[in-house]
Design a protein around this ligand. Structure first.
Ligand SMILES: [Zn+2]
Ligand SMILES: [Zn+2]
Ligand SMILES: [Zn+2]
Length: 146
């Protein structure tokens, strides 16, 4: 397992290009803000980032934008412990999630699950196109807290 916190700008630009002329200012800001974050962001964190860019959309606009982008698979929605998080699926990865402080660490698992995924697909005659997998526990700072 490798912990990566590297920012990838390329894919964000590519994603934006996909939209061509239909890319509104707010949509562009949402995509680039999510792209800047290393990983999952809550709606509140996203709004904070937008405000830093001097963009103050109302909550329903943000809500509609997130719905649209999720529906079109431009961004991923991930519900963890009842909270919605969003991210740009720029590189396939998994998450370590601290149950105490909600810290999220992005992890790559090399050679992961591929074989099993194929088996599962075959056994169930199911065309798998993606998966998500999160690990829950306690971060170093939170230690052994229960
Ligand atoms: Zn992530
Ligand atoms: Zn995976
Ligand atoms: Zn923690």
């Amino acid at each position: 397992m490798i912990i990566t916190n590297k920012k990838t700008h390329d894919t964000t630009h590519k994603t934006i290009q996909l939209f061509g002329g239909r890319l509104t200012k707010i949509r562009k800001a949402v995509i680039s803000s999510l792209g800047e974050g290393c990983c999952l962001l809550t709606k509140e964190e996203l709004i904070k980032k937008l405000k830093n860019k001097k963009i103050n959309p109302d909550r329903s606009t943000i809500y509609r934008e997130l719905q649209f982008l999720t529906k079109n698979h431009i961004i991923l929605k991930n519900t963890i412990s009842g909270k919605d998080y969003y991210e740009i699926p720029k590189d396939h990865h998994h998450h370590l999630i601290c149950l105490k402080c909600s810290l999220i660490i992005k992890v790559d698992i090399t050679n992961h699950l591929k074989k099993q995924e194929k088996q599962i697909a075959k056994q169930n005659q199911f065309n798998i196109i993606n998966h998500s997998l999160e690990f829950y526990g306690y971060c170093h700072a939170c230690g052994q807290a229960r």
